[in-house]
Ligand binder design. Structure first.
Ligand code: DHB
Ligand code: FE
Length: 279
């Protein structure tokens, strides 16, 4: 059966794409952020995944406000990036894994999750930039399965439900007849608010407690409703549900391999973790 060998969770600020394009990773503003990824690349070189299952939220590139699925899973042979208007270069296309996608879709629907299945799907900065941070040469050595969770238009799925979605994705991967080595990637957060009176809001105490909870008490954040998470982490801070889904996929116990936290990158608290399942 396919095997989950670890999870990477990271923020996905568009300005990262600008920094990569301008080659300013070593400048003082960016260095503490990009330096965090060196250990992740070393870990990837060791664990050598074949597939990455990516939990992320689309911000209007593939889904707009007129049609907004709560959960959408890609089942395409290829996923392309396109201009979102941030002025950052697009990245090369990603190879899909339709057989694993359909297996995950069948298992999730079998567990009563209602999904939108996407045989065509554009992937935005929330997918492409974390991939570019993991593989800076952008010659993606993995097949991809995108799992998109709505954090853009209310109502949003609860943190508890996103965790359960992750658990179900984990079970689906581990029941897929293949010897594929799978990394789950969760992108979004941590605390940030881009608009309104609290624009620029960051909550370091909450973020650090959240990161710690993923190791020893992974369901800790699921005690909070979406409005409570907005209050604690900002309107876009709710993207941290992607971290919960990725953590859920790892199973009950996990160990921390690596972590980094730096504020701010653009308006966002930039967090990064690598976790491995303990079996
Ligand atoms: C920023 C952060 C995000 O998560 C996003 O999707 C867009 C912008 C920011 O901090 O600039
Ligand atoms: Fe975002």
């Amino acid at each position: 059966m396919a095997k989950i060998i670890g999870a990477v969770t990271t923020s996905h600020v568009p300005a990262i794409g600008g920094a990569i394009a301008r080659k300013v990773e070593h400048e003082p503003y960016w260095k503490p952020f990009f330096d965090g990824f060196v250990a992740v690349r070393e870990w990837l070189a060791e664990v050598r995944p074949d597939v990455v299952v990516v939990f992320y939220n689309d911000h209007g590139l593939n889904f707009f406000l007129d049609k907004m699925p709560t959960f959408a899973v890609g089942a395409a042979p290829e996923y392309r990036n396109a201009d979102e208007g941030w002025g950052i270069p697009t990245v090369p296309p990603f190879t899909g894994d339709p057989a694993l996608s359909w297996h995950v879709i069948e298992q999730l629907v079998g567990e009563d999750f209602d999904l939108t299945t996407c045989q065509e799907m554009k992937v935005d900065h929330a997918f492409t930039l974390p991939m570019a941070l993991l593989w800076p040469d952008q010659k993606w050595p993995v097949r991809c399965v995108p799992v998109c969770i709505n954090t853009v238009q209310f109502p949003l799925p609860s943190a508890a439900r996103c965790y359960r979605l992750g658990e179900a994705v984990g079970r689906a991967i581990e029941s897929f007849p293949s010897d594929a080595r799978v990394v789950v990637l969760g992108t979004g957060g941590l605390s940030h608010q881009l608009d309104g009176q609290r624009a620029g809001f960051i909550n370091k105490d909450f973020d650090l407690q959240f990161m710690e909870s993923l190791v020893h008490d992974p369901k800790w954040a699921t005690q909070y409703s979406i409005p409570e998470l907005v209050e604690k982490t900002g309107t876009q801070g709710v993207e941290l549900v992607m971290w919960l889904a990725a953590r859920g996929a790892l199973g009950a116990t996990a160990r921390k391999v690596h972590a980094n936290y730096h504020i701010p990158i653009s308006n966002t608290a930039a967090g990064l973790m690598v976790l491995e399942p303990v079996v």
